[in-house]
Ligand binder design. Structure first.
Ligand SMILES: [Zn+2]
Length: 280
């Protein structure tokens, strides 16, 4: 089986869409990754990882690790060491705007990180990691002015358009610690900060991808209006139900995006920013 250049990272509700798959567990200096399925989409080798799946081979539940406890570093480094350069992810989000109703697909363009307790860098000054046969260590300050890859965003939006799915082509994602949902006052604050959607998983994932020179973009599904926007309690079951109602659309978008991914070097700077920051 060829090395995958592309990975799909999913959360609750998204099961593997790969053909001819086999599972691998990878150990990194930061611990074991979630199980990684290797297979194909449209003849291209693709890796699939469910970020909520336990790295323990004995645990089969698909939602066993809550967002604040996911080992994002092990997952991203494992994908990179397998050869992955492009990461397409799915995520469920709450909406802060009346114009973004439940069921809406969104490709976010910006992020505000308000998480509190997560290991958010590979470059802690001591750990040595190996990428492309070279060792990288020390302290690295990476540029994340535009955290999401411009090329992958364009491809995801193009796929949505080609399929006739209505999509919000930009949105600022606020990353919260969780696993609890937000208070009404927190949502009011996020609206004042110009955030449009709220979730618990894209940080530090998007930053860790940049720290490894990988392209990263997300296809988010609005599963509910955030706290205080409507007068009903938010439940995980309800958000999961809405996400699942859009799962086929998301899978079609991911399949077409992978099909449309150019074989040549993308015209973004995700890789060069990393190369400059780590190798000077
Ligand atoms: Zn890129």
């Amino acid at each position: 089986m060829l090395q995958p250049q592309i990975a799909i990272v999913g959360g609750s509700g998204l099961y593997s869409i790969l053909e001819k798959r086999k599972t691998q567990w990878i150990t990194t200096p930061f611990g074991g990754s979630a199980p990684i399925e290797l297979g194909e989409i449209s003849g291209k080798p693709v890796a699939f990882l469910n970020r909520h799946q336990s790295p323990d081979r004995g645990v089969t539940s698909s939602h066993s690790i809550p967002p604040h406890a996911v080992n994002y570093r092990a997952n991203l480094l494992a994908l990179r060491q397998l050869g992955v350069r492009y990461v397409l992810v799915t995520t469920a989000v709450g909406s802060l705007r009346e114009k973004l109703p439940p069921g809406q697909l969104i490709v976010p363009h910006q992020l505000i990180d308000l998480t509190q307790s997560r290991a958010s860098t590979f470059y802690d000054g001591t750990t040595i990691i190996e990428i492309e046969g070279k060792t990288v260590s020390g302290i690295v300050h990476i540029d994340v002015t535009n955290p999401f890859c411009s090329t992958l965003r364009r491809i995801l939006l193009g796929a949505c358009k080609e399929l006739g799915f209505q999509t919000a082509d930009s949105a600022t994602y606020a990353a919260m610690e969780g696993p609890r949902f937000e208070t009404a006052a927190e949502i009011k604050m996020l609206r004042q900060l110009d955030a449009d959607i709220v979730g618990m998983t894209l940080a530090p994932e998007v930053f860790l991808a940049r720290e490894l020179g990988m392209c990263y973009a997300a296809c988010s599904v609005v599963t509910n209006y955030a706290a205080g926007l409507v007068n009903i309690p938010i439940t995980h079951e309800e958000t999961l139900r809405t996400f699942k109602s859009r799962i086929e659309q998301v899978q079609k978008v991911l399949r077409l995006a992978i099909q449309n991914l150019p074989p040549t070097q993308p015209d973004c700077n995700c890789y060069s920013v990393w190369e400059t920051a780590t190798h000077g």
